[in-house]
Design a protein around this ligand. Structure first.
Ligand SMILES: C[S@@+](CC[C@H](N)C(=O)[O-])C[C@H]1O[C@@H](n2cnc3c(N)ncnc32)[C@H](O)[C@@H]1O
Length: 278
């Protein structure tokens, strides 16, 4: 799912300020908040000046920045988004649920991981209209295959039209139905340890189940990417305890101690954790 930056810019900035205040910020954070509040006051947060989250000794005096809309626009201007993905993104923007789509910078990272791995066999859990799956399919070699799991037939219609338009439909095997069932059937079919790459972007309450099933399907050295691991910042807010937030929070916590994988939580989009099977 894409970053909340697509939402109202002023309200997001104010929310971020409130978050930092609730978390008892350090002196340097307060100093920077005062500076940023001036920007927030007249909603000119689109300034190129980054929002400084922290820069004190707790963080090794390293300046940690958050994205402003202008800085995010700059990142997007450095994404090489294929024309067909742009078309799909623009068509999806008019549809219900378009905020669920991964952002162009996320899609580019997924495609890059597929290329670095030299992946041939991939799985996606949660296709929607196909933006991330099309990015992966485009990155695959002609012999590559992507198993695309989605329960919603209307979304799949759009995705399949774009696979055709992009000339990659021969690389995509669509599994229409509940993703966990599709993954179990791949395992029953003897396809364990045969996949190189998987991307999970579906039911947040099922994250641990998807992960366990994919760990069986992915080979040693293969990669599983879990989306939305920051869940719009809710995972770090002890006051938020709805089922989805708790599920992702528990998943993140459990993953920290999971010796079966190496991990890297990346603050891109709504947060992605890259897991490499050991
Ligand atoms: C966040 S969207 C995926 C966005 C997609 N990765 C993209 O970039 O456009 C999540 C999708 O997962 C699907 N989904 C949710 N729960 C599911 C389940 N149990 N089985 C299969 N698909 C599911 C939803 O229908 C929705 O289309």
């Amino acid at each position: 799912m894409a970053t909340g930056l697509a939402m109202n810019r002023c309200s997001i900035s104010v929310c971020r300020t409130a978050d930092v205040l609730l978390n008892r910020p350090t002196v340097s954070v307060v100093r920077n908040l005062k500076f940023n509040r001036r920007l927030i006051g007249n909603c000119s947060i689109a300034s190129a000046v980054p929002y400084i989250v922290a820069e004190d000794e707790k963080y090794g005096n390293k300046q940690v920045i958050s994205l402003t809309p202008r800085l995010y626009d700059y990142i997007l201007s450095n994404v090489r988004e294929p024309e067909i993905l742009k078309q799909l993104r623009e068509e999806t923007a008019k549809m219900r649920g378009s905020q669920m789509q991964v952002s162009p910078d996320q899609a580019q990272l997924l495609a890059m991981l597929v290329q670095i791995l030299g992946a041939e066999r991939c799985i996606e859990v949660g296709v929607y209209t196909g933006y991330s799956s099309l990015a992966v399919a485009l990155a695959l070699p002609e012999s590559g295959r992507l198993v695309a799991c989605e329960r919603d037939s209307n979304s799949l219609e759009v995705a399949q039209r774009y696979y055709e338009l992009a000339g990659v439909s021969h690389k995509v095997i669509v599994k229409h139905g509940l993703a966990a069932e599709s993954l179990k059937s791949l395992i029953e079919n003897g396809e364990g340890s045969s996949y190189d790459f998987a991307f999970v972007d579906a039911d947040k309450r099922m994250y641990q189940d998807y992960f366990e099933l994919l760990l069986q399907l992915v080979r040693v050295g293969g990669v599983i990417v879990m989306d939305n691991v920051l869940w719009h910042g809710r995972v770090a807010d002890p006051m938020v305890n709805d089922a989805k937030t708790i599920s992702i929070r528990n998943f993140n916590k459990k993953l920290m101690d999971d010796e079966r994988v190496s991990i890297s939580m990346v603050p891109i989009g709504d947060g992605m954790t890259i897991c490499r099977k050991r």
